[in-house]
Design a protein around this ligand. Structure first.
Ligand code: CMP
Length: 155
């Protein structure tokens, strides 16, 4: 597999914050070896919500999705690592928690698509767009991970 050091956006959505799962969710990514490089908690406004979910505009669940994501605080994070986008999506699990693999966050803590706890970018292009939407460049804190060789070392 080719090397690909990536950054990806993860949101712990209002259900995850309210259910006090920020620590549990963050822990899954840390334990897997990914690196947290940005984090902030915010009450999402309608403008940001609509930009973030622009691809879903017009779908039956869109209005409810915007109402829900703006209803209570969200924890936004950027995670980094080799193949971080794919790794994070695997740890998060499929959009519908009933289809998510056992051991994934959505399988282990959620039951409904509309309350699936976490959002994660789904491609390199999406990750770039979403990170720029949620974070200013100076809010991203790159740091040397002393475990890098232990996690990503190749023989
Ligand atoms: P997320 O990864 O945040 O990206 C889009 C969100 O829309 C998704 O997670 C779900 O929370 C929500 N969503 C997607 N499909 C549906 C659906 N069929 N019904 C309700 N909500 C949905």
């Amino acid at each position: 597999m080719e090397e690909a050091f990536e950054k990806t956006l993860v949101l712990v959505k209002p259900d995850g914050v309210q259910r006090k799962l920020i620590g549990t969710i963050t822990n899954r990514f840390e334990e897997r070896g990914l690196q947290l490089v940005a984090a902030k908690m915010l009450l999402v406004n309608k403008e940001l919500a609509e930009k973030h979910y622009q691809e879903h505009k017009g779908k039956s669940f869109y209005n409810g999705l915007i109402k829900y994501i703006t209803s209570a605080p969200t924890m936004a994070m950027v995670w980094a690592g080799e193949h971080a986008i794919e790794a994070v999506r695997q740890t998060v699990g499929k959009t519908n928690p009933l289809e998510a693999a056992p051991g994934s966050i959505r399988h282990d803590f959620a039951l409904l698509t509309s309350r699936n706890l976490v959002h994660a970018s789904d491609s390199v292009e999406t990750a770039e767009r979403e990170i720029a939407l949620w974070f200013k460049e100076e809010e991203i804190c790159e740091w040397a991970d002393h475990h890098h060789e232990l996690i990503f070392g190749k023989n």
